[in-house]
Design a binder for this molecule. Structure first.
Ligand code: PGA
Length: 263
């Protein structure tokens, strides 16, 4: 099995850097010890990125499959935008990935497809890898509209990426995250996730001519169900939210161990 990608989205947690450091070191130490496992991307809150980047560079510099990601960013690289963080700033402190269009941001901050399209372009422009989140809500799934919803999101969110953009070289991660599965404990059947992944792959290949992409699943993934997702060849990895910091980070280590066993 080729290396899978495991993303830890810490969301708005933990409450202190002291705790963040403990979670981070536990996962990095595990990766350092095993040296074979999955590609791990930790996406902490912005305020912890720089000190964690320092820890990564000083204590874990031999790890080349352990990276930092941000949970969001702004769509301009600089300017008078109070409270915002640019992709350029993220790049300068050693962050390599940025989550764009997470459903919580679409919902609580009214992020539109247009805003997401601009953010995605800004992330690629500066040479970082976007992790674009797409997915339908429960009523859309019940009405059988999920394929259509995801197709529309992809078309709108990727609209600035024309064929001249150099997407042959640029890397993109798309996470299929059905909204009804996020934070609910109800996860998507891996077979249904695979079906959606095939659909997304076709759109990226045929409509956008994107070659270099990975497809992940996200939504209530934990140490009990991760195996079912990682076993699918169509699923390149998972985006883990709540379980990435559950039990003081212990569940995440269990997740990494399971991923290792499947290699
Ligand atoms: P969850 O979150 O694993 O808690 O459902 C997933 C996510 O952050 O996208």
């Amino acid at each position: 099995m080729k290396n899978k990608i495991i993303i830890a989205n810490w969301k708005m947690a933990p409450n202190s850097f002291k705790e963040a450091r403990v979670f981070f070191r536990a996962a990095a130490n595990y990766a350092k010890k095993t040296q074979k496992g999955a590609e791990i991307i930790v996406a902490p809150p912005f305020v912890y990125l720089e000190p964690l980047s320092k820890i990564l560079n000083s204590e874990f510099y031999i790890l080349n499959s352990f990276k930092l990601g941000a949970q969001d960013c702004f769509w301009e690289q600089q300017g008078a935008y109070t409270g915002e963080i640019s992709p350029l700033m993220l790049k300068n402190l050693g962050c390599e990935y940025v989550i764009v269009g997470h459903s919580e941001r679409r919902k609580y901050y009214n992020e539109t497809d247009e805003i997401i399209a601009k953010k995605l372009k800004a992330v690629l422009d500066i040479g970082l890898t976007p992790i674009l989140c797409v997915g339908e809500n429960l009523s859309e799934r019940k009405k059988g509209r999920h394929f259509n919803v995801v197709k529309k999101q992809l078309e709108k969110n990727l609209k600035y990426l024309t064929m001249n953009y150099g997407l042959e070289k640029a890397a993109l991660i798309v996470a299929y995250e059905p909204i009804w599965a996020i934070g609910t404990g109800i996860f998507c059947n891996p077979k249904d996730a695979v079906e959606m992944h095939r659909f997304i792959k076709n759109i990226l290949n045929l409509k956008f001519k994107i070659k270099n992409f990975k497809l992940l699943y996200g939504g209530s993934v934990d140490s009990k169900n991760i195996d079912g997702f990682l076993r699918q060849p169509e699923i390149d990895g998972v985006l883990v939210g709540g379980a990435s910091i559950k039990e003081g980070g212990k569940d995440f280590i269990k997740i990494l161990k399971i991923a290792d066993k499947l290699l």
